[in-house]
Write a protein that binds this ligand. Structure first.
Ligand code: FES
Length: 169
């Protein structure tokens, strides 16, 4: 199924096409990895809505990425509960061990580091979202262990890709 077909199928569930922008953006991001301008325009054209409406949503919500992100997008909450539980120190630690600043991606393309507003899991502060998963009650040791696990996943994925190649490739 093409991206257009998936978006049209999702949009058919909504009486107002403007309401279908969020699911359409999720489909487009799944397809392209991020949402550059031409993709946003394509989404608007498929839905027959104003392009500005699509731009507004894509740039407002942190789950949408208008720029490319690394294999793992580390989204550390910096709202009140998490900040009181040490998220600022964890941000500094992440910047140090990854060698990047907030908003950047590591040169190997593995990690993008962002801060976000409340993730709605204040009782588990400090919290960081990586992909669809939440990592809670974080401290330096848990962050280090998490980064090791993510690097291992990336390593396994690259071995899998390499072994899946046909011999003459
Ligand atoms: S303040 Fe961090 S999850 Fe709510």
């Amino acid at each position: 199924m093409t991206m257009r077909e998936k978006i049209e199928e999702a949009a058919a569930r909504y009486p107002d096409q403007r309401s279908a922008i969020m699911p359409a953006l999720l489909i487009a991001q799944e397809e392209h990895g991020h949402l550059p301008g031409p993709v946003l325009e394509e989404v608007a054209d498929i839905l027959g809505v104003e392009r500005i409406w699509v731009y507004e949503l894509a740039t407002f919500y942190t789950l949408f990425h208008t720029e490319p992100v690394g294999m793992f997008h580390l989204q550390l909450c910096n709202n009140v509960s998490c900040m009181l539980c040490g998220s600022e120190d964890l941000l500094g630690h992440l910047e140090t061990v990854l060698g990047i600043r907030k908003g950047d991606t590591t040169p190997d393309g593995l990690f993008t580091l962002s801060t976000v507003e409340c993730l709605g899991a204040c009782e588990m502060a400090p919290v960081m979202q990586v992909g669809d998963d939440y990592h809670a009650h974080l401290d330096v040791m848990r962050i280090n262990a998490l980064l090791d696990r993510l690097r291992a996943i990336a390593g396994a994925a690259s071995v899998e890709r390499a072994s899946a190649r046909v011999p003459w490739e």
